[in-house]
Structures are given as C-alpha cells and as structure tokens.
Design a protein around this ligand. Sequence first.
Ligand SMILES: Nc1ncnc2c1ncn2[C@@H]1O[C@H](COP(=O)(O)OP(=O)(O)OP(=O)(O)O)[C@@H](O)[C@H]1O
Ligand SMILES: [Mg+2]
Length: 336
Amino acid sequence: MITAECKPQPPSEPPDEARACHHNFWWVPFDEVPRHMHRCVYGVPYVQLDDATGGQLLVTRHGWRLWEHVDPANWYFRRQYSRRGRRLSEGSGAVYGVPSAVRSDRSIKLIVKFSRMAQDVPLNVSVRFPVDVPQHVLDEAAFNDPFQEFGALEALRNSRFGPGNLKIRTKRPLAIYSPGRRFDPWQLGRKEDRFRRHARQLARDQATREPGTPPFEISIERQYIYLFHWIAGENAESLLKAGVLSDDETAQLVGQVVDDLAAKGFRVLDTKPNHVILRRRPNGELLTRDGRLSYALVDFELLQPTEEYRRWRENSANAGASTATSTQARRASECV
Ligand SMILES: Nc1ncnc2c1ncn2[C@@H]1O[C@H](COP(=O)(O)OP(=O)(O)OP(=O)(O)O)[C@@H](O)[C@H]1O
Ligand SMILES: [Mg+2]
C-alpha cells in the first residue's frame, strides 16, 4: 500500500503530502497499477489509493482517466466542494456541483454526493409520477451503499439483458472517497442493523475475490463520498416549471424512463423528473433520437436489478461456469 510511504497527518492539516503520495501512481495506466492496489467490488474494478490523512480513494476506470480532477486535493480538502461548489437544492441529500479546480483543456464539473448508506429512507413516491413497484419492495427500500450503487450502475450501463439497441445514458461513476475521520454511527444517521446487512452482503461478494488481493470492507464509522461526472443539460422538473415540457409530456417521459430501465433489467424506486436530464439545441428545441426525447439519468441511491435480471445473470453465469472456473473467471473478465 502506498500508505507505508506517507507520513500520517492530522485530518485538519492541508494534505500536501497526501497529494504527493497519490501523484506517484496517477501516470501509470489503470491495468498496470500494481495488483495489490486493485480491488474488485461487486464486479467493478478500482484502484485504491490511501492517503496520509487516513483517507481511502477508490478510483474507477472512468475516474483514472481524469486523475487530476478526482484527486481529493482538488475538490475535498479545505471543504472546496462547498466553497467553490453549489449545493444542488433539488435533492434531499447533500449533493454539490463543483467546477474542477484543475486548469486543463477539458473543463469538467464534478458531482460530489455524500452517501446515505444505512440511513432511513424518506421515500416520497411522487403522486404525479407514481412508480409501479410492489408495496413490499417500497417497505424494504434501503439506500445502496456506495459500492453496491457503483456495481448496479455499471451493470445497468453495460447490461446485455433486453433489447440490444437500447442503451441508457447515465452519469459516469468516477470514484468513492472515504476521508480518514471517524464518526459515531448516530452522527452519520446510520442504523446498525441496516449497516450489518451491507457489511454481510459485501463480505459475501468479497469471498469470491481473486486470490492474492485483500478483502475490501466498509466501516460504519466512515463517511463515503461519491464523485460523478456532471451531465450538461436541464432536468425535466425545471423544464416543466419553465413551460418547455407540459405535464403530459413529463409524465410520458418518466413512464418511458421506467419502461426503458425495466427493459434493461432495473428499476429506481424514486424515478422522478428531476432525475432525468435533457438537452436543448441552440434553437431551444429539445434533443431527440429516433423520435423520442434523448435523456440521461442521475441518482442511483435506490437503483435495483429486477428479479428477471438476477435470474438471467445467474443463468448466464452458470452457462459460463461450465468451462470449469466460475465466479473468479467471470470476475476477472470484468475486473481486469
Ligand atoms: N451528474 C449530474 N449531472 C447533472 N445534474 C445532476 C447530476 N447529478 C445530480 N444532478 C442534479 O442534482 C439534483 C440532486 O441530485 P440527486 O438527485 O443525486 O440528489 P438526491 O439528494 O439523491 O435527490 P432526491 O431527494 O431526489 O433523492 C438532481 O435532481 C439533478 O437535477
Ligand atoms: Mg436520491
């Protein structure tokens, strides 16, 4: 681990050393980073970089290409996400849109979102845009933990279930950062029984990891912060308020999103207009493709695979496993 090369430092200190530690590796291509720094969690490959403040940064392939932007020195330390960023008031959680501090050809904006893992779910299924989900599923609703969420999101993005020509555009998951500071669970609003379910599920996932890599664990005492790529456009709720979309068009759009997700084997328990981003042409018209509004989705705290998808995955895994090796081989093809 790189930690061995970095001196511990109080979390309140400017983390220049932490940054220096990260910089040792960023120039190495993702697949060439030493194996002991790779993690495979719910089928998603990460590189784990530990910093001098006790922080853990888990970077996806998408994030590795944007290394300067995902480095916590450029968005987290000294609360840059709130000082330079804007809190997105539409959401009930803590979500910030943060312009990148890095001067580069690609100017990008990040979404910084604090995980609500193991908190109670204030599930408000919209009366205007009801989602057709059985009541028992709503009753058992739980926020995904960050690794479950990235796992489900990557599975959705790459889903070969359902129509081959249907591709759902989403925000890209870049990294998960867990600062070194510890909290009492109540300070993070976490319920111990809810957390235990996440920990057990993760342990089951990690039991099938490749030999030679340490198991990854989550902690009830640590915060987890997601980093996503910003999607340019306007959400359907604001387009409805601005009179660009009518009530009927908005309801139709939300219905289309629900149907598309189901066709690819997924559902989001709180699908609503402000999770759907649309774009306008310079002349103000909304962008369409094949006669349908072209959209991208955000917010996957409550994303779940459907039963049909789970069965299909199981069957495809069993078919693949007939060549002897099983889950590990499957993992390797996704994670290496
Ligand atoms: N990647 C993104 N690109 C553009 N806009 C985004 C992105 N992520 C979030 N937003 C905007 O920020 C708002 C809040 O984000 P998000 O829905 O993730 O927060 P939340 O707290 O989970 O919200 P909710 O209460 O609806 O569950 C979204 O409704 C959307 O309009
Ligand atoms: Mg949400």
